[in-house]
Structures are given as structure tokens and as C-alpha cells.
Design a protein around this ligand. Sequence first.
Ligand code: HEC
Length: 123
Amino acid sequence: MKGKPLLPFAVTAIVGILLMVALSFWAMDQRAQMDSDEEAEEEIVIDDPIVAGEELYSRSCISCHGGDLSGTSGPALNALEGHLTAEEIVNIIHTGPGTMPAFDNLSDLEADAIAQYLLSESE
Ligand code: HEC
């Protein structure tokens, strides 16, 4: 007679524990989904200019700055982060410092896309 009243408590406890485990898995799943949603959103915003920037870079800049941004006749552009901001790079593209030609034919948007690409490749 001593054991019997305990049974409902044991059942309640087990059900409770199972519920907690199930809930924490559900919460982890939700969290993972939120994370991947955020990543997907960031990619849509940043991805396009970088893709366009890489294309523009390979048309206009690759001859002097190299296919891997390590530089040929122009300096390496693979470590611009912290050295130049996007605006400064846009300005450089439009003015052409030193022996670098100015690229008046590139719009602000195109120049900014190249800047985004270069900064994204920064090591
Ligand atoms: C004809 C060769 C040539 C071409 C083409 C060229 N550059 Fe340059 N670039 C240079 C030279 C040379 C310098 C160094 C200029 C100086 O300060 O004397 C330079 C400097 C730079 C700098 C500054 C780097 C630093 O560390 O301060 C950036 C950024 C840059 N170029 C980006 C570009 C981009 C983007 C393009 C394409 C739109 C491009 N360049 C096309 C030759 C070139």
C-alpha cells in the first residue's frame, strides 16, 4: 500500500521530464532556424554588390592589382579592411591616385560594389 500512491507522481515526473527535453529540442530547433533566416537575409543584401563588384574588378582592375588581389604593377588590395573605408576606395576609383588611372566611367554604385567586394576579400 505504500508504493501505490507514488505511481501517479512517478508518471507525472517522467512525463514532465520528457516534456522538458522535447521543449528544449524544439527551442534549439527554433533558434537554429532563426540563425539561418538571419544569414539568408544578410546574403541577399550584401551578395549582389559583391558579385557585381568582382565582375567589375576583373574588367577594370585585375590588370594592375592581380587576380587574387595580391597586386602586380599596382599595390595589393587584399588587406584593405581597417586601412581604407568603402568611401575612400570609391574616391580612389574615381580620382586615380599616382599612376593609377581614374575611372570616371564607373558610377558611384559600381565603384561602391567594387569597394564592397574588395573589403569582403580582406584578410
Ligand atoms: C593601370 C594600373 C591600375 C589599374 C587599372 C587600377 N589600379 Fe588601383 N592602383 C594602381 C597604382 C599604381 C596604385 C598606387 C597609387 C599611388 O598611391 O601611387 C593603385 C592604388 C589603388 C588603391 C589604394 C591601395 C592602398 O593600399 O592605398 C586602391 C584601393 C585601388 N588602386 C583600387 C583599384 C580599383 C578598384 C581598380 C579598378 C576600378 C584599380 N585600382 C585599377 C594601379 C592601377
